[in-house]
Design a protein around this ligand. Structure first.
Ligand code: SF4
Length: 398
């Protein structure tokens, strides 16, 4: 079966001991059955001073899956002080579990082909995107000519829609906020048309992305009212909600503890009966100017997210695409808000590349939920699984 991938995919190399936020800590490192059986026969490396304990004794069960039992400081027991893996040093790469071997690559299988991509929860991937002038994704022409059967009308339309959205998020003339709101509007309108009996076809999709339509919509987006204090209040609540369980478990504390203190300070500011609206608007304007330096990187991040997560083989429906777009939006607004909090807490505000990369990596690790967990989070946090346009307009702003 053909496997396709974006052009940056083959350029990835793990930077191992030079990694600023190693993946060998603070999350679940799955151990597959083949590795588990192999580890029953292998002893812990001498450097661990473990008295010949079998590697399998470092495995535990968490939420129904086998994972490596982390140390009390949440690091992998096989990670050495100089940030290398002592299993690889002793036995070579083949000893590693599937998760350790493949990270940060992900693979989605469709009935017609496979799609590989890189995840943003690795700093080396963010570096790759930061250094790239532009990212190339497999084109719709390639799909329609080589992969999808001509009879698969609805499937063709879904892949064409994704292709248009990737182009929308990659468009250097749009801000990520404009691209997100445009994507929401188009998907919601297409869903409305579908519910009223129209079929999703390639020509219907193409008609939405015509230049005049885009221009009219952008004009309307620019005219929408945007109350910065409401946006900040809601994003502050969202970020706190996404962080609370991790803090309780003692995970990502070096990053989250100061951030949650800043979020609390912002909450206090909302309670002050002063000119908080004007103050927030001024802080926001200043922050967004600095943040815009990273728009090319954020465009790459969002375009990659659309490529990797918008479509799944089991569900190519518009409702599923909208649900995934909601999650992308929550992640983006959480990353942006975490940077806003860090920025405005400084005496002389600066937004460094390292801070942007750290927020991208940690927040995408924190929110890298499985599909059913995303649905359950959205259902329990909002009135309905699919939002009205007003909600993304509130949290995305401009
Ligand atoms: S996070 Fe990425 S660069 Fe860092 S150790 Fe893991 S795979 Fe390597």
């Amino acid at each position: 079966m053909l496997t396709i991938y974006p052009d940056y995919y083959t350029q990835f190399t793990c930077i191992a001991d030079s990694c600023s936020i190693t993946c060998c800590q603070e999350w679940k490192i799955y151990v597959d059955d083949t590795t588990k059986n192999k580890w029953k026969t292998l002893s812990a490396p001498d450097s661990m001073d473990a008295d010949g304990r079998k590697l399998s004794s470092y495995i535990t069960k968490k939420e129904g899956s086998h994972v490596i039992r982390l140390l009390p400081d949440h690091r992998c027991p096989f990670l050495t002080d100089n940030k290398l893996c002592c299993l690889v040093q002793t036995y070579g790469d083949s000893v590693l579990s599937e998760t350790c071997t493949s990270f940060p690559r992900e693979l989605h299988t469709f009935s017609t082909h496979k799609e590989a991509s890189l995840m943003p929860c690795c700093p080396a991937v963010i570096d790759l995107w930061q250094q790239a002038d532009a990212m190339g994704f497999p084109s719709y022409t390639m799909f329609s000519e080589q992969i999808l059967p001509p009879s698969a009308g609805q499937t063709q339309a879904a892949f064409l829609l994704r292709d248009h959205l990737i182009q929308l998020f990659s468009d250097a003339s749009l801000t990520p906020e404009e691209a997100l709101l445009t994507a929401f509007y188009f998907l919601q309108e297409l869903l409305r048309e579908e519910k009223s009996g129209k079929k999703l076809t390639t020509s219907l999709v193409a008609s939405y992305f015509q230049k005049e339509n885009l221009q009219q919509l952008l004009q309307a987006i620019h005219e929408m009212p945007c109350v910065i204090s409401d946006l900040l209040y809601e994003c502050n609540e969202l970020l706190q909600d996404l962080s609370v369980n991790y803090l309780q478990e003692g995970l990502y504390t070096a990053y989250l503890s100061p951030l949650m203190e800043q979020a609390e300070n912002l909450t206090q500011l909302f309670q002050e009966p002063t000119d908080s609206d004007a103050r927030m608007a001024s802080l926001w304007k200043d922050f967004m100017r600095s943040f815009s330096v990273y728009h090319p990187l954020l465009r790459s991040y969002l375009a990659n997210d659309i490529y990797a997560d918008l479509l799944i083989d089991e569900d190519l429906s518009l409702s599923h695409m909208l649900m995934r777009l909601e999650w992308t939006t929550l992640q983006y607004t959480a990353i942006r808000h975490s940077l806003f909090l860090q920025y405005q807490a400084q005496d002389v505000p600066v937004l460094s590349y390292e801070a942007v990369r750290e927020s991208l990596v940690i927040l995408t690790r924190m929110t890298g939920y499985e599909e059913e967990d995303i649905i359950s989070y959205l259902e329990s946090s909002f009135e309905a699984l699919l939002w009205d346009f007003g909600y993304p307009a509130l949290i995305v702003g401009r």
